[in-house]
Design a protein around this ligand. Structure first.
Ligand code: FRU
Length: 424
């Protein structure tokens, strides 16, 4: 049987490993890597829809971009059903928790706009019903391509299957707001190949999603990060010395951790427009550590590559754990080797008293971290909760070498532009 890294051959690079030893250094509630408590009296963006994964409009260099003074975000969105008999419990009350938990199956891409980088106004659906080829429109990235306002929306078309796709449209502004036009033809780009990236046939719980295209600041080429799992039949992976790392005596037992096989994938474009892609071996693998490294993204700072990815407590392997939140790794060149930030990888986790308060963090190049509110306890015991489905307070972090520090907290959903493009 091939080891996990042998699968990827010698060229062009070997994936970096997030090891079990690294993960043993993860500690919840360190104030420098913990998101401040979110109060249960948070405001909601909308009483009609839930929102979760938030995708600020940006350019290929990663800069969050406004157009003609309008900030724009895309969100995964689903209707709230307070009056639907399907979500009314036996006492006649709206079961918002069940409605919220069901949202992934009906996720659609919506957009919002704002003059202030907060107080978002709902623009509407990006694609009309029937345009996207699958039931679910899952996360990705909207890219402003030029001063004409052309936008490539990369996203994941899910159920059936999981395909990384893109759809082109245009952002149009007036004095009163923003609209999205076009977004009528979805182009499939690629799917998991079963050789480097696990397929549904190899594992029904596979992950293959969340495209994040970017231009490499050094070689100028167009690449894309995405979430994957390492190829191979479920249960066939090995958690060997390399994946375990340098653990203390007594920590050699890996239990059933061969089932956790997350990786951060990368692809390179064969053309300028990003219509033709070649998958490359993953940048980072977490075999034996964690089963999900979601929404991977970069911050390019001080000549380094800061790779961020979100993960959950429930996706950790036996014998290791950590909070829901965003984790990070740093390298001097695109293909690594990557070293976990703060020794462990943890950059911003939920406090253990409110383990599900936020998720789907996106670290922007200005050090601001946006996320959504999932659920916040409303009583001491944590049995009563308030469901969010709305933007969380933005957190400021400072990135210094191989360390990060929480330094500030801002308003709910504060996503200020880093540059403004005047449309022609
Ligand atoms: C992260 C995530 C993404 C996925 C979406 C589905 O919150 O799991 O990986 O695209 O949510 O709703």
């Amino acid at each position: 049987m091939k080891s996990n890294t042998e699968k990827f051959g010698k060229t062009p690079h070997q994936p970096s490993l997030w090891t079990r030893a690294d993960a043993l250094k993860v500690h919840a509630d360190d104030p420098t890597t913990t998101q401040p408590l979110v109060s249960a009296d948070f405001p909601v963006l909308s009483n009609e829809v839930f929102i979760w994964d938030t995708m600020p409009l940006r350019d290929l260099d990663g800069n969050v971009t406004s157009v003609d003074g309008w900030s724009v975000i895309f969100t995964l969105t689903a209707d709230r059903h307070p009056n639907d008999p399907q979500y009314i419990d036996e006492n006649g009350n709206y079961d918002i928790t069940r409605d919220w938990n069901d949202r992934h199956g009906r996720a659609k891409m919506y957009y919002w706009f704002s003059r202030t980088g907060k107080d978002w106004e709902l623009g509407g659906r990006v694609m009309a019903e029937g345009v996207s080829p699958t039931a679910r429109e899952w996360a990705g990235t909207p890219i402003l391509l030029n001063e004409q306002g052309d936008v490539d929306l990369y996203y994941t078309a899910v159920t059936p299957g999981a395909t990384i796709v893109k759809v082109r449209g245009r952002v149009v502004t007036t004095e009163h707001g923003v609209s999205m036009v076009g977004f009528e033809k979805v182009k499939p780009l690629f799917e998991a190949d079963g050789k480097m990236y696990q397929t549904e046939a190899q594992n029904p719980f596979w992950g293959f999603r969340d495209p994040w295209p970017f231009r490499d600041p050094n070689d100028g080429k167009l690449y894309m990060l995405f979430e994957g799992n390492v190829a191979g039949e479920r249960g066939s992976h090995t958690v060997g010395e390399a994946e375990i790392g340098d653990v203390p005596p007594g920590y050699e037992d890996v239990g059933n951790s061969r089932f956790q096989t997350a990786c951060v994938g990368i692809a390179v474009a064969r053309d300028e427009d990003g219509d033709d892609w070649e998958m490359l071996p993953p940048l980072l693998t977490a075999v034996g550590v964690n089963d999900q490294t979601e929404r991977p993204h970069f911050v390019f700072q001080d000549g380094k590559y800061y790779l961020f990815t979100i993960s959950h407590t429930f996706t950790y392997a036996d014998g290791v754990t950590g909070p829901d939140g965003v984790y990070g790794f740093v390298a001097d060149s695109l293909f690594g080797p990557y070293v976990p930030l703060n020794g462990s990888g943890l950059v911003l986790g939920n406090p253990s008293s409110q383990p599900f308060q936020t998720y789907s963090h996106c670290v922007m190049p200005n050090g601001l971290v946006t996320s959504f509110i999932d659920s916040v306890p409303t009583d001491e015991s944590g049995t009563q909760i308030r469901i969010g489905g709305t933007e969380a307070p933005t957190v400021g972090i400072k990135i210094k070498g191989q360390q990060t520090f929480v330094v500030a907290e801002y308003d709910y959903g504060y996503i200020p532009p880093m540059l403004d493009v005047t449309l022609k």
